[in-house]
Structure formats: structure tokens, C-alpha cells
Write a protein of this length. Structure first.
Length: 335
């Protein structure tokens, strides 16, 4: 029989491994070359030059030259980080075991914020430096109005949301994979069972626009309060022109899972499994498959960011052991 002190020490050790903080996540001096073992789950650019990427085992990378080179920051957590978002130089990263990190200097230093949740958190969105939403597994939704110093769960009763047909199969809550807001009031969340949730009051309450025996939706993006897109499993691309009340299929020549859609003005990108990247130059009316020079086995891509400085614009996308750039004119660059 193990001493009780041993069990307590082991628990403390495991908690510290996942949540230890760093008082200065300073950069390693040498440039970092992303390798096949790295898994990039999220990336975000604060301007045309500066950006951060996050991934497996607490990986945080920073660039100051538009993604040409990357520097690895000292880890703040051992938990995987799944998404990252910035408002100016204020940023947040979210990940497994309820992990939420915050930076106030563009990603050079990070600190842990208490989420009071043990769920894996998949997506974060802030519309100003104080107000944001995080979503994750088991129907988790967290709101903050103080920059993440405190987080609260809105009133969301999944027993009233899940259809009886799904509950009969033992589904009592669904994973939520992405969240997007057009302003401080109007926002959408997507997840398993093709779910689309809408809020018109900044996340205080939600209505269900779509849920049922549908494929999972992994990403959502809205140009306006009416025009938006969702991407999901099996090459699914949905478009709405009425704020998400109704959705139509937009056919793409792929059956790959599509994990992320993002746009900036008329330029946009969709990324997914088996090296799949689509690009639009006309605001989502037409999507063209981007041909990339990739080694087998083909990597998955989980996130993409549109970087615009001097024309042409660039798509920066990251995934399984890779961060790659692609210009609006079709030129491929390898950071």
C-alpha cells in the first residue's frame, strides 16, 4: 500500500506539469525550425509582421518578419494549446485541461489565467481587450468581461438543446469547436452534430439555429451579421445569407475534413486534412484548390491567417510539423 503522501505528491506534480507559470516566457536566441514532431494547432498575426503560433505540449512560437522565421518561446505550460487570439498586443491562448494563457506584450511573455474548468478548450475570440468567449468540449462556454481575470459560464441547458434523437444515443452535450463574433453582441458557435448557436447579447444567452444528425462543424466565419460560412467533416462547406437561420451546401472537390475558414476582405482560405488548402479571391463565391509541394505522408492543417501588407496578400497556415506561406498570386514560400 502506497503512503498517502506519495499519492498527494504525485497529484501535485501532475498539476504543476500542466499549469506551471513563467514570469517571462523569453525567446530562445536561435531561430526555430518547425519539424515533423511539432503540431501547430493555432496561429494569429497582430499585424503584417508579428504573429504567434501555438501547439502540442505548450508550444509557442513567435515571428517578427511575417512568418519568414520563427522563434520558440520558453514554455508556460505542458498542456497542448489549441487556439490563439489577439486584440492589438493583448492575446489569449487556450488549450487542454481548461488552460488559458494571457499576454499583454504581443506574445513575448505569458501568464496563466484561472478558467475554473478542466475541459479541453478549442477556440477563443475577443472583440475588445476586456470581452471574450472561449468554447470547448462537453458544451463548455466561458465568458469574460475583465480581460480573462475571471471567467463565467452562461446559462446553457443542454438537456433543452439536444434533440431527443441524439439523447437516445447517449449524447447529453456536444463538443464546441469554434466561435466567431462580428461585434460585441452578435456571435456564432459551431460544433458536433452540425450545431450552430447564436447570441445577440454578447454571449449572455444563446439560441440554437441548427443541430441534429449532421456532420460536425469545425469552423465558422461571418463577413457581416447576415453572410457567413461553416466548414466541417467530409469536405462540408456551408453558406448562410440570413445570419445562420438557414444554410446551403457549397460544393468543394474534396472529402477531406475542413478545420478552418478565415477571410480578410475578398481574400480567404480553408485548410484541412491531407494537405488540403482552398483559396478565394472573390469573397467566398468561388474556391480554388491550392497545389502545394508537400512530402508524404500529407500533413493536416488546423489553422490559417491572412496577412496583408504590400500586395499580394499571403495565407499563413500551420499544422502537422509545418508552417507554410502562400501568396495571393499562387506563389508558395517555405519559412
Amino acid at each position: 500500500m502506497r503512503p498517502r503522501g506519495f499519492s498527494l505528491s504525485l497529484v501535485v506534480l501532475l498539476v504543476l506539469m500542466c499549469f506551471w507559470t513563467s514570469f517571462g516566457a523569453t525567446k530562445d536566441q536561435e531561430k526555430y525550425s518547425v519539424n515533423r514532431r511539432d503540431k501547430i494547432f493555432g496561429l494569429h498575426f497582430t499585424d503584417a509582421k508579428c504573429g504567434c503560433a501555438v501547439g502540442d505540449m505548450g508550444l509557442i512560437l513567435a515571428t517578427e518578419d511575417g512568418g519568414e522565421t520563427w522563434t520558440k518561446l520558453k514554455p508556460v505550460t505542458n498542456c497542448s494549446l489549441n487556439d490563439i487570439a489577439f486584440i492589438d498586443r493583448n492575446g489569449w491562448a487556450v488549450g487542454d485541461n481548461g488552460t488559458i494563457l494571457r499576454t499583454q506584450n504581443g506574445g513575448q511573455d505569458w501568464e496563466v489565467q484561472a478558467s475554473n474548468s478542466d475541459a479541453s478548450l478549442f477556440s477563443v475570440f475577443f472583440w475588445d481587450t476586456q470581452s471574450g468567449v472561449v468554447v470547448g468540449e462537453r458544451g463548455t462556454v466561458l465568458l469574460t468581461e475583465d480581460g480573462g481575470s475571471s471567467w463565467q459560464a452562461p446559462s446553457l441547458d443542454w438537456t433543452q438543446i439536444i434533440p431527443e434523437s441524439l439523447m437516445a444515443n447517449g449524447i447529453l452535450a456536444i463538443n464546441l469547436y469554434d466561435v466567431f463574433f462580428t461585434n460585441g453582441e452578435h456571435g456564432w458557435i459551431v460544433g458536433d452534430s452540425g450545431a450552430v448557436l447564436f447570441t445577440g447579447d454578447g454571449g449572455k444567452s444563446f439560441s440554437v439555429l441548427r443541430i441534429g444528425s449532421y456532420c460536425p462543424l469545425y469552423s465558422v466565419f461571418f463577413h457581416t451579421d447576415e453572410e457567413g460560412w461553416g466548414t466541417g467533416a467530409g469536405g462540408s462547406l456551408l453558406v448562410t445569407c440570413d445570419g445562420g437561420k438557414t444554410w446551403q451546401e457549397q460544393t468543394l472537390p474534396t472529402k477531406a475534413n475542413l478545420f478552418k475558414i478565415t477571410m480578410s476582405d475578398d481574400m480567404g482560405a480553408i485548410v484541412g486534412d491531407v494537405g488540403t488548402v482552398f483559396q478565394t479571391k472573390d469573397g467566398g463565391k468561388n474556391w480554388n484548390l491550392v497545389k502545394l509541394d508537400l512530402r508524404l505522408p500529407l500533413p493536416w492543417f488546423l489553422d490559417a491567417s491572412i496577412v496583408k501588407h504590400n500586395s499580394p496578400g499571403e495565407i499563413v497556415f500551420g499544422g502537422q510539423g509545418i508552417i507554410r506561406k502562400h501568396t495571393e498570386q499562387g506563389q508558395e514560400e517555405r519559412p
